[in-house]
Each structure stands twice: as C-alpha cells, then as structure tokens.
Design a protein around this ligand. Sequence first.
Ligand SMILES: Cc1cc2nc3c(=O)[nH]c(=O)nc-3n(C[C@H](O)[C@H](O)[C@H](O)COP(=O)(O)OP(=O)(O)OC[C@H]3O[C@@H](n4cnc5c(N)ncnc54)[C@H](O)[C@@H]3O)c2cc1C
Length: 306
Amino acid sequence: MLRSVFLAAAGSSRLERLVESAPIAKNIVRRFVAGSGIADALRAGRELADDGLAVSLDYLGEDTLTAEQALATRDEYLTLLGRLREAGLTPAAEVSVKLSALGQKIDDKLAYEYAHAICDAAAEAGTTVTLDAEDHTTTDSTLEILAELRKDHPSTGAVLQAYLRRTEGDCRELATAGSRVRLCKGAYAEPESVAFPSALEVDKSYVRCLNILMSGEGYPMVATHDPRLIAIAEDRARWFDRSADEFEFQMLYGVRPEEQARLAADGHTVRVYVPYGDQWYGYLMRRLAERPANVAFFGRALASRK
Ligand SMILES: Cc1cc2nc3c(=O)[nH]c(=O)nc-3n(C[C@H](O)[C@H](O)[C@H](O)COP(=O)(O)OP(=O)(O)OC[C@H]3O[C@@H](n4cnc5c(N)ncnc54)[C@H](O)[C@@H]3O)c2cc1C
C-alpha cells in the first residue's frame, strides 16, 4: 500500500515541487545522495574506495523531454569520467546511466548516440558503464541499445529486474561470456500483467534468475540489501565455484553500510551505487517506497523541521 503511494508520488510533478522546496528535504536527501555536484561525487567515491569498496556513480535525472537536457546529461557524464580518471578513481569507479535521461523518450537513436559517447569516454578513462533499468515500457528499447553498445564496448553492463515476468528469459540471453549483468528486484510501479505482484514471488524469481546468472558464463552483479538473497548468492557462488573476482555484490549509497563493509572484509567485491545531482526527487521516492523504516526517517525529519 505505502509502496504504491510513494511510487505514484514519484511521478507527480506537483508533489515534486512541494518536496523539493521543503527546507528539511536536504537532510533527508543527504542520507541517500552524495551531493549536488561532481566534487561531492568524487569525495564520496574517494571515501568508499579508501574503505575498499568499488563504486558506480549515477548523475540523477530521468525522463528527459528536451534535447538540450539530454545533451547536458551526456556532457555531465563526459566531464565526470575525465575527473574520475584524473583523481585516479578508475577502474574502481564506473558510471550508471539512465537512457531516459539521455532522451530515450524523445528519440532512442539520440539516447544510443549519447550513451555511445559516454561508453567511449569510459573506455578512455579505463572504466565501464552500466545501463540502469527503468519502467517496463523501456525494457525492449534499453536491451536493444545495450546490444548495439556492446558491439564496440562489450563490457557495458545490463540491469535486469526480477519482478518482471520476462526476466528469466532475459537472464538466459545475457548469461554469456564477458556479459556484466546487475540483477535487482525492480523499483517501479508495474502492472500485474508484466510483473509479479507479491514480494514472495519477486524473491523466488530473483533466486531463479540468480541461478541462471551464477551458472552461466557472464559476470553477475548481485544488487540487493536482502540478507536472505545475499546468503543465497554466497551459497550459489560456492556451488558454481565462482571466485571473488567472478561476481560482485552491489548496494545503494546510505543503505546497510555495515553489511557492505562485512562483505568486503570477507573478500567479496562490493560496489556502492552513488547518486549525485539535484534531480533527486524520483530516486528518493523509490527509496521511501522500498522500506517502512525509510518513511519513518522521512517523518522524523519532517517533524524536526531542521
Ligand atoms: C546497486 C543497485 C542498483 C539498482 N539499480 C536499479 C535499476 O537500475 N533499476 C531498478 O528498477 N532498480 C534498481 N535498484 C533498486 C532495486 O530494484 C530495489 O528496488 C532495491 O534494491 C530494494 O530491493 P532489495 O533487494 O534491497 O530488497 P527489499 O525487498 O527492499 O529489502 C529486503 C530486505 O533487505 C533488508 N534491508 C533493505 N533495506 C534496508 C535498510 N535500509 N536497512 C537494513 N536492512 C535493509 C531488510 O531485511 C529487508 O526486509 C538497484 C538497487 C541496487 C542495490
């Protein structure tokens, strides 16, 4: 129930203006977002790297409807990648990109072209790009663009969402040699026709997908904070004889940092997804939708009015 309220709020531009102008917003956002500019992203990336964690930086923004904004997003990533290289943060730091922020909804050829430029810059900086997964209406286009990008940049990462009924099939397609695949539960409001409606079914799907990826030839990126799924992933890695450099765990900035440290101390590769930028509204609403405790945190911050 709460999940659907927050996911509906994620799409409301009126609420967006209201929340963004609330004085307390900054305090809440600080927990999940590294800051508004590249300097903040680099600082967070450096701190995490010093703690032995890998990073995927995401410049916040989605559903871009103007060509100018799509171009500005491309340019931000090009600058970011140059700065990451100068700071010596690559290859430990890569970038995550939303194709909708590069104009996928205006023209998918434009999004491809801009994503290709970002992949070129990442290769030059000695690192990689992962294409975030968005709502199911974009999945076909995103996977088609991924296939095109991989012709020149085979290490471009895919993201698959276990809540989608189609995803087991997509896992089979993508579990090929060298294929980097992030598996997550999925964060958008989706109809039952395309997505499993219950948390239990999503978890079961996640395990089936994990089995396909772990037994396949690609590089699984296990993106979850769920202790049961983490334990199952560790078990499958042992079962399929995968060493620490043959898969990785991924978690979000500000979520379960102690678990991130524990897994890294156990010898696992752990990558933290670090968002930065001013367009944090949709991202924050999806985090609130995921967990009642995050909502309580939101409520306390609102009440304290700091
Ligand atoms: C690195 C990364 C990248 C992602 N990329 C995408 C993407 O491209 N597209 C997309 O749709 N979604 C993406 N997601 C979001 C994802 O789909 C889920 O919405 C999100 O990760 C929550 O699912 P969960 O697997 O953590 O499990 P949940 O069902 O949210 O949580 C399961 C359990 O994990 C534990 N837990 C969760 N949060 C906390 C916390 N704050 N403190 C303590 N315990 C906690 C609790 O035990 C909880 O019961 C990404 C997630 C990660 C980690």
